[in-house]
Design a binder for this molecule. Structure first.
Ligand code: GLV
Ligand code: MN
Ligand code: MN
Length: 417
C-alpha cells in the first residue's frame, strides 16, 4: 500500500483480507468448506484467540467485557470511537463469511489506514460480539444487546443453552469472562459489513447493498405434551399425538407466510420428539417457530394467528401446549445519513448499489439503539447461508470492504463521499 495523505484514495489489500478469512475458516472447519463454531465452545475460543492475536499484531487496545464481547481499538484521538465489526460465532452448519467478513474487514481496514500514514482524528474500533447466532443460547445478538444495555449481564450469564451449559460458566471456561464494564459507552457510529445471506443482490446484478434496516424477529419454543402409546394398536380417533400437532403447525406456518406474501417468512427449524421411535406415538414434541416481517403490525398478527391455531388444535387433539419466547425484536430502521453515505460511497467507487432491508438479524440492529448505524451488504451466491456452501466471490468481498473503508473514512473526516 502506497503512503498517501489522501484517505479517499485508499483501497484495502484484498489478498490479505482473503488470507485471514481462509485462516479463520480453518478453525472449526466442517465438510463442505464451512465452520461449526457455536458460541462459547472450544472452537469459538480458538477462533477468538486467532482474531485477538491479529488485533495484537495491529497494536490495538483490546478489551473483553463481562459477556465476552471483544473490542480492539486503534486509539488515534480523543472521544468515542467509530466502530465496525460483527461476530465470529457460527451456526453448527455455518459458512466462512457470515459475521467473519465484518470482523476481518475491520482489521483489514485498520491495517490499510495504518500503512497509509494517515492518522484518523478519532479512535477506530473493531468488535466481535458474543453469540450473535443464538443457535446455542437464545436470544440471538445476545452480546451486542447487552453491549447497548438491552439485556442485563446477570441475565446473560445465567442463560442456559440447548446442551444445558450456562453462558457464565462457558465464558469462564474459555477465558473470555472479561472485566470491562457492560453496557459500554456508545460509539460515535457503527457500520457493519455482512454478506446478504439472501438472493436479491445477485438476482439484480448489483454489487453493494445499502441496508435500510432489519426485519422484526419472533423466536418461540413450543412444547406439546400428549399420550405416548402403541403405534399399531391405538385407533386414530383415540390419539393425543404431539407429532401430528407439530407437523400441522409447520404446515400452518408455511401457508400463513404464503398468504401474507411480501417479506413474511416462517420457519420450523427444530423439532424434537420423545421418545422418537418408529412404533411409538410420541409423548412430547418440542419445536421452534421463527417468524419475521419488516412490519411490526403484520408480525404481531402472524404471532396471534399461530397462537389461535395452536390453541384450537391442542383442544381438538387433546394435548397440552406451552409456549416460551426465546427472542423478540421489533423491526429496526438504520440511520438515513449512513444509508445515503453507503450509496454515495459505492457510486464514487464505481460500484452498483441498491437499498434493501435485511432478512437476517445482525449486531448492527442492536447498535442502532445507541448511535447512528448502518450496514453494507455484498452478494451471497444463490442466496445460500447458514450452510457450508455459503459463497461470495472475492471481487465482491473486496468491493464491500473498500466501501466500508471509505464510509468509515467519511465518518471520521465528516466529509460526504
Ligand atoms: C441470525 O443469524 C439470524 O438468525 O438472523
Ligand atoms: Mn451474521
Ligand atoms: Mn448467521
Amino acid at each position: 500500500m502506497t503512503v498517501t495523505d489522501r484517505p479517499t484514495d485508499l483501497r484495502v489489500n484484498g489478498a490479505r483480507l482473503m488470507d485471514r478469512i481462509m485462516s479463520l475458516a480453518e478453525v472449526g472447519s466442517i465438510e463442505g468448506g464451512g465452520c461449526a463454531r457455536l458460541a462459547l465452545t472450544d472452537a469459538d475460543r480458538d477462533g477468538r484467540d486467532l482474531v485477538v492475536s491479529w488485533m495484537r499484531d495491529l497494536g490495538l487496545d483490546i478489551t473483553v467485557d463481562a459477556v465476552g464481547n471483544v473490542v480492539g481499538t486503534w486509539n488515534t484521538g480523543a472521544g468515542a470511537a467509530i466502530m465496525t465489526g460483527s461476530h465470529i460465532d457460527t451456526v453448527r452448519t455455518g459458512g466462512k463469511y457470515d459475521g467473519n467478513l465484518g470482523v476481518l474487514a475491520g482489521l483489514e481496514i485498520i491495517q490499510t489506514i495504518q500503512e497509509s500514514g494517515w492518522t484518523p482524528s478519532c479512535p477506530l474500533a473493531v468488535a466481535f460480539f458474543t453469540n450473535e447466532e443464538g443457535a446455542r443460547f437464545a436470544p440471538d445478538m445476545m452480546g451486542s444487546l447487552a453491549f447497548v444495555g438491552g439485556l442485563g449481564v446477570e441475565e446473560v450469564l445465567g442463560t442456559v443453552g440447548i446442551d444445558g451449559a450456562r453462558v457464565g460458566d462457558e465464558l469462564l471456561r474459555i477465558g473470555y469472562a472479561g472485566s470491562t464494564p457492560c453496557p459500554s459507552s456508545p460509539p460515535r457510529a457503527f457500520v457493519e459489513l455482512h454478506i446478504e445471506q439472501g438472493p436479491v443482490l445477485e438476482q439484480q446484478g448489483v454489487t453493494i447493498g445499502a441496508v435500510t434496516g432489519v426485519q422484526g424477529i419472533s423466536w418461540r419454543e413450543v412444547t406439546i405434551n400428549g399420550q405416548s402409546n402403541h403405534a399399531g394398536t391405538t385407533p386414530m380417533g383415540m390419539r393425543h399425538d404431539p407429532a401430528y400437532v407439530a407437523a400441522a403447525v409447520a404446515v400452518f406456518m408455511r401457508q400463513l407466510a404464503t398468504r401474507y406474501g411480501g417479506n413474511q417468512v416462517c420457519t420450523v427449524g427444530k423439532i424434537d420428539l420423545h421418545p422418537n421411535l418408529v412404533n411409538v406415538v410420541p409423548a412430547s414434541a418440542v419445536l421452534t417457530l421463527d417468524v419475521r416481517n419488516t412490519h411490526e403490525g403484520l408480525l404481531r398478527k402472524a404471532e396471534s394467528e399461530i397462537d389461535e391455531y395452536l390453541a384450537r388444535l391442542a383442544d381438538e387433539e387433546g394435548v397440552s401446549v406451552s409456549v416460551r419466547t426465546l427472542a423478540r425484536f421489533e423491526p429496526v430502521e438504520f440511520d438515513g445519513t449512513v444509508i445515503s453515505l453507503v450509496e454515495s460511497t459505492a457510486s464514487r467507487l464505481g460500484l452498483s448499489c441498491m437499498r434493501l432491508p435485511s432478512g437476517a438479524g445482525h449486531d448492527a440492529q442492536m447498535l442502532a439503539r445507541v448511535c447512528p448505524t448502518g450496514m453494507v451488504f455484498v452478494q451471497s451466491h444463490r442466496g445460500i447461508s447458514h450452510n457450508p456452501a455459503e459463497h461470495t466471490d472475492e471481487r465482491d468481498l473486496v468491493a464491500g470492504c473498500d466501501v466500508l473503508l471509505q464510509v468509515l473514512v467519511s465518518l471520521v473526516t465528516g466529509e460526504e463521499s
